[in-house]
Design a protein around this ligand. Structure first.
Ligand SMILES: *[C@@H]1O[C@H](CO)[C@@H](O)[C@H](O)[C@H]1NC(C)=O
Ligand SMILES: *[C@@H]1O[C@H](CO)[C@@H](O)[C@H](O)[C@H]1NC(C)=O
Length: 768
């Protein structure tokens, strides 16, 4: 081993046997550090982190409180960048990862909203695992300055206009929570069921943005100053559950507090949220970062803190550990000098930060001996990962309409017209928070591989479509056997810092589609790219539009997946992870955080769980080339006696239903009440297919803040043509059958609830 600079002190680059490695701490050849306790891998991490923090000067300590943490040469500690992104593949959005070295690309999985549409947690896990592998490979190759990735984005997709809804797994708390757990376990290198594959973190995932953050910039209200007024009831059963799953079950090593305030208090300054809930109740062991510049905003934007130093004190006392920005670098010392802040608060934060770096294996000496050192760059864009990206696109794409079995189109199609501003743009398929994909292919090219005689016209100047070439598009449509229109949105219409104002297709897109459909030889196929829902009632009702597919932003495999579905090489099975609202919904202010309807003021409520109005398409809607039917074949019991804990007396709620607090029922009663539900599924079609089955519950009593129905389980089944299968769900009453009351407490109510699968229902009576 040759080191380039003197042994004492920090070196930027080591060369080991000819290969370059990223700088590392606790080099065994460094006599200054090799015997220090923080380098002893045999000691508990808590003890090592405490030792390290105790050796730092005050200035060194302060320097480590921001995302770009500088090196501490006298202790052999290299610089570390906390901010990296990996929403649906290793990305170059944060400063921690660049693609300007020997590695030029990483696998780009579908944007999360489409991945969610597969309702397949094992697939989500495999995607997380692949991302974690690629991330570690980049680090091992010296092309990343950090291993802390700020994903997943698990805010509830509460409002269809949200520009970042595309980044999330949708509107249902159970789906979002399960996505979070699967993704986090994968990225961090745990097993699918949560066991540890290795003692260390493969890479670190981060549950964001905590909490009630789902508005970016809508009619002059922006996320930096927005005060989300949220009821404790909505917090308990909508906003918080995904974060609780992410932390408790996923064991995420990072949490990000959001820009916005929640009921007046900036998220990053809220000790009840961060210390009491996340670290206390959810037993979080990791670091908490601010969103970028969120600390500065507490004083500069929101005026919540009177002085910059007060913002520093507020966030550190609330339990935040690292500032994405420079505010803590600039104002922590003056906060100490003004005696507003005890140094112990800084030590507390640093302890969490160094503990995570240690769990990543960054203080264990020679990286070649670490558990993840064998992950090499051949993992990046590996054939397996690229096939997984294709599979995720196939399994996510949702068939919304298929009149008279227009789809799939015959492979013998002689001529095809492809029309639309989204047909020839591989970049649009990728979505935001991405890095360069391994492969880039436009949907137009993939369709051409099926039909040689394919004619293309964009139809619009851009996706915004203020100018449309309707005559030209009609002209090519008239002459083709079949027409595929590839329309929808892109990042100019919905993205970070840009929410939509309406739900219609942009500009003259609708007019173009209708004109083309009217003059084509046969009904046309409409493909929609978008993260958020679009009001396409016009297309749903128009018999000239025979098929509609929603493809989200399907990632680097998206073009092929779409072409395969259109020409019958794949049977679609995705289901919508969000309600598709009509344009009329936009009369609701986006700033209104209430989930539940309020009939007196005409407020319709939000998401399939509460929304009362008309829908363009339902949550969970999705067709296939096969038809599936379901029945409850066996339910282990129809009555649940949760009345053993005699010390509790049923209390009365306002609608006279007896209830008990779930927290007081006790693990034994909850466990005994478990029931097993068997569902038979039949594929009535001519094609094999993968089909997600959704199990809901509906309370016998409507109203009083109860959801109309609630998803309590989902599972995919693969069935050949004509095949019958059976799947099994475990229903845990305390987890699945309770509800949040108006005090934000989960309660179990007496009475009848109905399990629902498709059109079949099964009553369960609860005795408390
Ligand atoms: C911190 O100080 C630096 C250097 O004076 C300045 O460039 C930066 O804007 C400051 N950051 C904040 C958030 O005030
Ligand atoms: C629970 O309720 C059932 C039905 O009312 C009753 O038969 C049973 O004795 C109760 N059990 C307890 C422990 O109170």
């Amino acid at each position: 081993m040759i080191s380039l600079v003197p042994l004492i002190g920090f070196t930027l680059l080591f060369i080991h046997g000819g290969s370059t490695l990223p700088p590392f701490s606790c080099d065994s050849s460094n006599p200054v550090t090799k015997n220090l306790p923080f380098c002893q891998t045999g000691l508990p991490i808590t003890q090592r982190a405490r030792d390290l923090v105790s050796r730092l000067t005050l200035d060194e300590k302060i320097s480590q409180l921001v995302n770009s943490a500088p090196a501490i040469p006298r202790l052999g500690i290299p610089a570390y960048e906390w901010w990296s992104e990996a929403l649906h593949g290793v990305a170059n959005v944060g400063p921690g990862v660049k693609f300007d070295g020997t590695i030029k690309a990483a696998t780009s999985f579908p944007q999360v909203i489409l991945t969610a549409a597969s309702f397949d947690p094992y697939q989500w896990y495999r995607i997380g695992l692949a991302i974690g592998r690629e991330a570690r490979a980049m680090y091992n190759a010296g092309e990343a300055n950090g291993m802390t990735f700020w994903a997943p984005n698990i805010n509830i997709f509460r409002d269809p206009r949200w520009g970042r809804g595309q980044e999330t797994p949708g509107e249902d708390p159970l789906v979002v929570g399960k996505y979070a757990v699967s993704y986090v376990r994968g990225v961090q290198g745990d097993t699918f069921h949560g066991g540890k594959l290795h003692g260390h973190l493969q890479a670190s995932a981060c549950c964001k943005h905590f909490t009630a953050y789902d508005l970016d910039n809508w009619k002059g209200t922006n996320r930096f100053v927005f005060d989300a007024r949220v009821s404790v009831q909505d917090l308990a059963d909508t906003y918080q559950p995904p974060f609780e799953s992410c932390v408790r079950d996923g064991r995420a090593s990072g949490v990000m507090c959001a820009y916005n305030r929640v009921n007046g208090v900036p998220s990053c300054a809220d000790s009840i949220l961060l210390l009491k809930t996340v670290r206390g109740e959810w037993d979080f062991k990791g670091y908490i970062t601010s969103d970028c510049d969120a600390v500065a905003l507490i004083h500069d934007g929101q005026g919540y803190a009177k002085a910059p130093e007060d913002a520093v004190v507020d966030v550190l006392k609330a339990g935040m550990d690292v500032d994405c920005g420079s505010y803590l670098q600039n104002y922590t010392k003056s906060a100490l000098l003004q005696k507003k802040l005890p140094e112990s608060q800084i030590d507390r934060a640093l302890h969490n930060l160094f503990a995570v770096r240690m769990r990543l294996g960054l203080f264990d000496g020679n990286p070649e001996q670490l558990p993840f050192s064998n992950i090499r760059t051949d993992q990046i864009c590996s054939p397996e990962h690229q096939i997984l990206a294709l599979e995720a696109a196939r399994n996510g794409i949702v068939l919304l309409k298929n009149d008279a079995k227009l789809l799939p189109l015959p492979k013998s199609t002689m001529s095809l017209a492809v029309i639309g501003p989204n047909a020839d743009s591989p970049q649009t398929l990728i979505g935001n928070y991405a890095g360069p994909p391994c492969k880039s292919l436009a949907t137009l090219q993939a369709l051409k591989s099926y039909v040689k005689n394919t004619v293309y016209h964009p139809g619009c100047d851009m996706v915004s479509c203020s100018t449309a070439a309707i005559d030209k598009a009609v002209d090519i449509a008239k002459r083709a056997d079949y027409v595929v229109l590839i329309m929808g949105l892109d990042q100019t219409q919905e993205r970070e810092a840009l929410d939509r104002i309406d739900l219609f297709l942009p500009g003259r897109q609708q007019e173009l589609i209708t004109s083309v459909a009217k003059s084509a030889k046969r009904p046309v196929v409409l493909v929609l790219l978008s993260g958020g829902p679009i009001d396409v009632s016009f297309a749903k009702d128009n018999p000239r539009i025979g098929g509609i597919l929603w493809a989200g932003y399907p990632g680097e495999g998206g073009a092929i997946a779409l072409a395969e579905i259109i020409f019958g090489d794949h049977n679609p099975g995705g289901r919508l992870p969000i309600t598709w609202y009509p344009q009329d919904f936009t009369k609701v202010p986006m700033t209104d955080m209430r989930m539940r309807p309020e009939p007196l003021s005409d407020y319709p409520g939000r998401t399939y769980r509460f929304y009362k109005g008309d829908k363009v398409f339902e949550f969970g809607y999705g067709l296939s080339y096969s038809k599936y039917s379901y029945t409850f074949t066996r339910v282990s019991r129809n009555k649940l006696y949760l009345n053993h804990s005699s010390s509790l007396r049923a209390r009365e709620t306002s609608d006279s239903v007896g209830y008990k607090l779930v927290s007081e029922l006790g693990a034994e009663v909850c466990g005994e009440g478990k029931l097993t539900v068997h569902v038979g599924v039949k594929n009535h079609g001519d094609l094999a297919g993968k089909h997600p089955v959704l199990l809901f519950v509906r309370h016998g009593n409507h109203g009083n803040g109860r959801p109309k129905k609630q998803l309590i389980g989902f599972q995919s089944v693969i069935l050949n043509a004509g095949e019958v299968g059976e799947i099994q769900f475990e229903v845990k009453p305390c987890e699945h059958l309770g509800r949040a009351n108006e005090y934000g407490l989960m309660v179990m109510e007496e009475g009848t609830q109905f399990l629902l699968v498709g059109d079949d229902k099964h009553p369960i009576t609860i005795v408390i």
